[in-house]
Design a protein around this ligand. Structure first.
Ligand SMILES: N[C@@H](CCC(=O)N[C@@H](CS)C(=O)NCC(=O)O)C(=O)O
Length: 224
């Protein structure tokens, strides 16, 4: 167990921060959480963050950045395995964490789509990513059955976006994807997932979307 003081530098809407939060909660690791405004990054943050992005985990004097690196560090240094023992299975999980990141990029593409045509094309890209997940998933409830793994912490924030998209009127994205639908439900019920975002998250996300000049932005404004 790490003896050093852990400080997580966060942003209230960041899906990559959620991965670290979920991992910290699953492993019961004490930490301090500091939220920053990414539109107005504090000088102290610029001074320690080479990429200027959250999450950052401070471990004593060391600065860790990139959510995958942070989660792997926590995996290695704290009790409770969240990666499979088998090296091939572990590599498969890491690959699907990458796919979750590509899916988050597709989500950002969707809410940033400048017009209806781009919106349609980007919806299809996102649905293709999710269809790949459908083919990969087993009986559930999680990615690899009953145990909750790091790969599950990586996918949970994907579905949190879909909750808000659907609440503001975007048509469902998971039609016909039964395993993904079951997975989404199981993740939403997990306590570590529920507590990975601050109070008022759905409305904060709606306001973030409402500032986008995009079809999803228009839906978010209309849902006020
Ligand atoms: N690959 C990174 C992505 C992190 C990321 O994109 N963070 C965003 C917020 S969700 C950020 O800090 N953006 C600020 C910026 O790029 O200036 C990770 O996995 O940690």
């Amino acid at each position: 167990m790490s003896e050093q003081r852990l400080q997580l530098i966060s942003h209230d809407l960041c899906p990559y921060v959620q991965r670290a939060m979920i991992t910290l909660t699953e492993k019961g690791v004490g930490h301090e959480c500091i939220y920053i405004d990414l539109a107005n990054k504090p000088d102290w943050f610029r001074a320690i963050s080479p990429l200027g992005r959250v999450p950052v985990l401070r471990v004593g004097d060391a600065v860790l950045f990139e959510s995958a690196v942070i989660c792997e560090y926590l995996e290695e240094t704290t009790p409770g395995r969240m990666h499979p023992e088998d090296p091939v299975a572990r590599a498969v999980h890491r690959a699907w964490i990458e796919h979750a990141s590509a899916t988050l990029a597709a989500i950002a593409g969707l809410y940033g789509a400048p017009d209806a045509e781009a919106h349609g094309a980007r919806r299809r890209t996102l649905q293709e990513r999710l269809a790949w997940l459908e083919r990969q998933l087993g009986e559930g409830p999680y990615f690899a059955g009953e145990p909750f793994h790091l790969v599950d912490a990586a996918w949970a924030p994907v579905f949190r976006y879909l909750d808000t998209f659907e609440a503001i009127g975007e048509p469902a994205l998971l039609d016909g994807l039964e395993r993904v639908t079951t997975y989404r439900r199981a993740l939403a019920a997990r306590p570590s997932v529920r507590t990975a975002v601050p109070e008022g998250y759905p409305e904060r996300l709606r306001l973030f979307l409402a500032r986008r000049e995009s079809p999803l932005g228009a839906l978010a404004r209309a849902a006020a």
